[in-house]
Design a protein around this ligand. Structure first.
Ligand SMILES: [Zn+2]
Length: 208
């Protein structure tokens, strides 16, 4: 019995430690960071007291790769290259970036307006950020035509509503500015469909 008890006690303690280690891990840690932590748990624990500078550096690195951090400014050129890359294709599978986004809301009808902004103080402040805010490499600019064209209606040639795309109000305003600028620069053109009128129907003096 005593042997059984000892074994059971060991298993229970290991289980508790596992639970405790899971609880101590912050939710925002990505799988990559969790894996890197798992590879070297003991040396980090032993050197924690000896080298506080390293711990600070590690925390600095963690802040850099925080998935909710949006304080970095991504240049438009990077965004344009991203939209042509393999990673972008794999992520969006050739669909518009807003296509597979769904708004979270109470009840069956969504609120008329989307939220004011998804990013507050350089960080994503919501669990369901809009299609532009969630991907930091999507930059709305009049030069980024591959992105802007996804938000332009094929019927009217104008920017799609935020009720369709789900963009937050801040990003929607940026989109409108980008579309207007692209039109001013002549980078987007919209041709009005040609219609032929029979003017004799309107003016009796005109003969066919
Ligand atoms: Zn947003």
């Amino acid at each position: 019995m005593s042997l059984l008890r000892a074994v059971a006690g060991e298993i229970f303690s290991a289980y508790r430690q596992g639970i405790l280690s899971i609880q101590s891990r912050p939710l925002c840690v990505t799988s990559y960071r969790a894996a890197s932590k798992k590879t070297s748990p003991e040396p980090a624990a032993s050197k924690e007291e000896e080298q506080p500078d390293q711990a600070e550096q590690q925390s600095g690195k963690e802040a850099q790769i925080d998935p909710k951090d949006r304080s970095r400014v991504i240049p438009v050129e990077t965004s344009i290259r991203y939209l042509l890359s393999e990673a972008y294709q794999q992520t969006y599978q050739g669909e518009p970036v807003w296509k597979n986004y769904r708004r979270n809301h109470k009840g069956i009808y969504p609120p008329r307006k989307t939220r004011k902004t998804c990013i507050r103080r350089g960080k994503i402040s919501t669990g369901n950020p809009c299609p532009i805010c969630r991907d930091e490499y999507l930059v709305l600019d009049h030069r980024n035509l591959n992105l802007i064209k996804q938000f332009i209606s094929g019927q009217t040639g104008k920017a799609l509503s935020y009720q369709i795309t789900g963009l937050c109000q801040k990003r929607h305003l940026e989109l409108l500015v980008a579309v207007e600028r692209a039109l001013d620069h002549g980078m987007i053109t919209f041709d009005v469909p040609f219609r032929q009128y029979d003017y004799s129907e309107y003016y009796s003096t005109l003969q066919k």
